[in-house]
Structure formats: C-alpha cells, structure tokens
Design a protein around this ligand. Structure first.
Ligand SMILES: [Fe+2]
Ligand SMILES: [Fe+2]
Length: 187
C-alpha cells in the first residue's frame, strides 16, 4: 500500500483527531530518522502512520477482537485495555494494510510500553508518539522535544519518568515491561 492509500484507509476508521495524531507521529518519526538514522526515514513515516491503526474499538470490543483472532492478552492488558491496541495494531497492519515489514510491525507492537533494548525504529516511534506537534501539553514537553533530537536514549528515560509518575498518580495498572524498560534505559 502507498502512504496515500494508508491515509485514506485510516480516514475511514479513525476519528479525525486520531488521524491528525497519526500524521503528526509519522512526520515527527521521519524527522527523528533524519537526525539519528537516515536509512529509516521512509519506514519511520509508515510506522508512524500505522502505529494507532487499531485504535478505533471500545475496550470490550478490543478484548472480543483479540479473543476471536487468537491474540493472547496478558493480565495487565486486560486490566488496562488501552494497551491492547499495540498488539492488535500488528494484526490490523498485516491484514488490513498489507504491512509485513518486521521492523515496522515491531515498532507498532512496542509503541505503548516500549521495551528494554529497543531497536532504533521502535525507539523513534515510541518517542514520536510522545512529542508529535498535536500532542496535548505535558510536563517538560519542551525539554523532551529538544532532547529527542540530541540524545534519544536520554529522551526515552525522561518519557518513562513522566509516564510512570502519571500511571502511579492515576492509580492505573502498570505493565511490568514499562518498569523493566525504564530500569534498562536509566543505566
Ligand atoms: Fe497508541
Ligand atoms: Fe499514538
């Protein structure tokens, strides 16, 4: 599928604000690739467009969808269904968008929690999702945006610090992958 075909398909399933966010992530990811690894520019754009391609279902529909398609869910994903769209995104990207590039699929898979020792494209999408231009203003966003173009690993650490304190403040369930990854990048 071309990027234009992806966008017109996304237009049919996502809310317009989600589509705007996805385009924001795609452009930001391509820019980050220009800065950190030029060989990833077009994959970064594509992964950015697709990263939230499954984010159009309600919580119970997501759980049903996974059940129907044999997508295994952890107890953390069941407790925090907002996490599920990353795993489901891999399925939807393959089946509805004919995307089979492993690097792109991994970037979609890990964009919500990140993970220890992320590949460059995974890191780019993880960061771009947080800093894209249409993102609501979050604590230290200016600093995080500047850091993203200077030191991607340090930027990942600051994003984790923010996310972990947000999850704790709200009393939400934390996927252990998040903590593991934070410990990994802090070192
Ligand atoms: Fe997402
Ligand atoms: Fe997103």
């Amino acid at each position: 599928m071309t990027n234009e075909e992806i966008i017109s398909r996304l237009e049919k399933t996502l809310k317009s604000s989600r589509l705007g966010h996805s385009i924001g992530v795609a452009c930001t990811a391509a820019n980050l690739a220009m800065c950190h690894d030029v060989s990833l520019i077009s994959k970064a754009f594509r992964a950015g467009l697709l990263h939230d391609c499954a984010k159009y279902m309600k919580d119970d529909e997501s759980i049903e969808f996974c059940d129907k398609h044999d997508i295994e869910l952890s107890k953390y994903e069941i407790a925090e269904p907002a996490l599920i769209h990353a795993k489901m995104g891999v399925f939807v990207a393959k089946n509805d968008y004919d995307e089979h590039d492993e690097e792109i699929l991994d970037a979609i898979r890990w964009h919500t929690t990140g993970r220890a020792n992320m590949k460059m494209l995974e890191k780019i999408i993880f960061v771009a999702d947080y800093i894209e231009p249409f993102r609501k203003i979050l604590p230290n966003l200016d600093e995080i945006r500047a850091k993203a173009y200077k030191d991607l690993d340090k930027c990942v650490v600051i994003i984790y610090e923010n996310s972990i304190s947000y999850i704790r403040e709200k009393g939400r369930c934390m996927d252990p992958t998040t903590l593991e990854a934070y410990e990994y990048y802090k070192k």
